[in-house]
Ligand binder design. Structure first.
Ligand code: UT7
Length: 350
């Protein structure tokens, strides 16, 4: 790699310096709407029950924005402000924004530019990531590469979602609508010369299952006029082939967690804390059992917030961090699976 035609002392030095750069999570924060929606509240809207939702998903409550004037980018801004304060940096020290969401404020432009406007910071780049439940891990991987290349020093990564407005809250939509919650989480990813930080990220996709968990319309394949012309077409609601998604999720979670650990010569026993995307408590418990992890090795908070897709990992990570569940040198593993299908993991030495 160093024996190119133009190699000289200067180039070698620069390359070695870049090799030493790692990225770390230097600040965390989250924001959820005040409005708590319990399982009993949902049973007033549709034919469901606290027992069904608790047993099948582990969810007790979720937050929905309700009549509060909150948007996806605004919630992301509140989470970002907390992460910036936690990192102890000035907001103008941020070099780049990555915004992960499946529920952006607008069809276009993306929510990243709205976050830049809300924060009132200089004209840095802003990228939107469309990878649903895996959005935060995809964003983290992008941030990690930018930082390791030496291009940026501080990246603001946000996952924010407002699901509540786009759910079919009738009995017909109950298998999906009881699961999803609104919320936002943010992280500052900074460069470090320490050996602690992000050790690896691994990303995957399998587009042949794109329609197994999707919102199909409106989109370029089906513009508004087409939807209006067919009154019986309701494919603007989210569709999920729940059993199929569940079965794929447990397999992919296991694979990608092991892939991440193997990359860094680590074993399952080395995991101090696994933070899986909060899709369903039964999925987390299944993975825990499969990987033979103890209760203290796996963090779950789906009971309180439901599935907040791209926001679920940064919300959980912040709560784990604020509860002092992570110590220096701990190995923290993040993993996600969702629509696409997409999945990924990140292994971090805290
Ligand atoms: O975050 C992205 C990735 N997402 C996931 O990983 C989610 C994966 N899937 C799941 O979590 C589960 O499949 C669900 C929670 C979505 C559904 O649980 P399930 O155990 O797979 O239930 P099911 O869809 O097989 O439905 C079982 C029964 C059905 O009734 P019948 O046909 O047996 O009479 C449903 O109609 O439960 C019924 N049902 C409900 N009943 C009460 C479905 N939703 C509800 C509901 N309340 N909300």
């Amino acid at each position: 790699i160093y024996q190119t035609k133009n190699t000289d002392k200067m180039t070698i030095l620069t390359k070695l310096q870049i090799d030493m750069i790692r990225s770390k999570i230097s600040g965390l924060g989250f924001f959820v709407p005040e409005n708590v929606v319990s399982n009993d509240d949902l049973s007033k809207l549709m034919d469901t029950s606290n027992d069904w939702i608790s047993e099948r998903t582990g969810i007790k409550n979720r937050r929905w924005v309700g009549d509060k004037k909150l948007t996806t980018s605004l919630m992301g801004t509140y989470a970002a402000e907390k992460a910036i304060a936690d990192a102890g940096i000035d907001k103008n020290d941020i070099d780049f924004i990555i915004f992960s969401t499946l529920s952006p404020d607008y069809y276009f432009p993306g929510s990243g530019v709205l976050l830049q406007r809300n924060l009132g910071i200089k004209e840095i780049g802003a990228l939107d990531v469309r990878n649903q439940c895996s959005g935060f891990i995809y964003g983290l991987s992008i941030a990690d590469q930018y930082i390791k290349s030496g291009m940026y020093k501080n990246i603001l990564l946000v996952g924010s979602e407002i699901h509540s407005g786009g759910l079919d809250k009738s009995t017909k939509g109950r298998s999906v609508s009881v699961i999803f919650g609104d919320g936002a989480g943010a992280a500052i990813i900074s460069s470090t010369k320490s050996e602690n930080g992000i050790l690896s990220t691994h990303l995957h996709s399998e587009g042949k299952y794109a329609e197994e968990l999707a919102v199909i319309k409106p989109a370029t394949t089906h513009w508004i006029d087409k939807i209006k012309s067919d009154q019986n077409d309701e494919s603007f609601w989210p569709y999920m082939n729940g059993n199929f998604v569940f079965k794929n999720a447990v397999v992919r979670f296991e694979q990608v967690i092991k892939e991440g650990l193997e990359h860094s010569n680590l074993n399952l026993e080395d995991i101090s804390l696994l933070i899986p995307h909060q899709a369903n408590l039964r999925i987390s418990q299944f993975i825990q059992k499969k990987l033979k992890l103890s209760d203290s090795q796996v963090f779950n908070n789906i009971m309180k917030y439901g599935n907040t897709t791209a926001a679920s990992i940064p919300i959980a990570l912040t709560e784990a961090y604020q509860s002092n569940l992570k110590k220096k040198n701990d190995i923290v593993v993040l993993a996600a699976f969702g629509s696409g299908f997409t999945w990924g993991s990140a292994v971090i030495k805290w």
